[in-house]
Design a protein around this ligand. Structure first.
Ligand code: CTP
Ligand code: ZN
Length: 151
């Protein structure tokens, strides 16, 4: 079923991030730093979605993200759709893409990795994007999709 138009009001200018898995809404908010910006933000969660079961949507007024920043949410919201709004019109739609490197966001699954016992920001090379697989920059161990833990 299509999202009922009134569940979250339309915005005049800004970015609408749709098709976020409801369980990861607050991770998306954290990854994009939405708790630290001055823009008006509205969101809805546990909305019905055929694809995701329960989805969330976030609308950020007067904010337009760089692709590199928005792609950081790909690990927690791989199906997210971005809608760029100008004067109430959707002028562009974008999908997110898993980036080549991931800084922060994920935990290294190697318990002996330095990132797990010192305050070092994690850093990975993405070796597979479909079924996400990350190689740690520090210990070179692979963290795969099923072991993926978001910090
Ligand atoms: N939207 C908004 N403010 C606007 C225009 C659109 O908040 N001024 C939101 C809509 O509520 C919707 C998303 O942006 O969640 C995409 O809008 P639109 O392309 O009109 O909707 P759909 O056809 O449902 O798009 P899709 O099927 O691609 O999700
Ligand atoms: Zn590691």
């Amino acid at each position: 079923m299509k999202e009922p138009k009134l569940s979250v009001s339309a915005i005049q200018n800004g970015t609408v991030i749709d098709h976020i898995p409801a369980k990861n809404l607050f991770k998306v908010i954290q990854i994009l730093g939405l708790d630290h910006i001055d823009s008006q933000i509205t969101f809805g969660t546990n909305l019905e979605s055929k694809k995701l079961g329960r989805k969330a949507i976030i609308k950020i007024s007067d904010k337009f993200f760089e692709d590199a920043d928005i792609n950081r949410i790909a690990l927690v919201a791989p199906e997210a759709k971005l809608n760029i709004i100008r004067d109430y019109e959707v002028i562009e739609k974008k999908v997110v893409e898993v980036p080549d490197t991931i800084i922060g966001i994920a935990r290294c699954m190697n318990p002996k990795c330095i990132t797990n016992f010192e305050s070092v920001v994690t850093r990975f090379r993405v070796v597979s994007k479909k079924l996400v697989s990350l190689r740690c920059h520090y210990c070179e161990k692979i963290t795969s999709q099923e072991n993926l833990q978001i910090i």
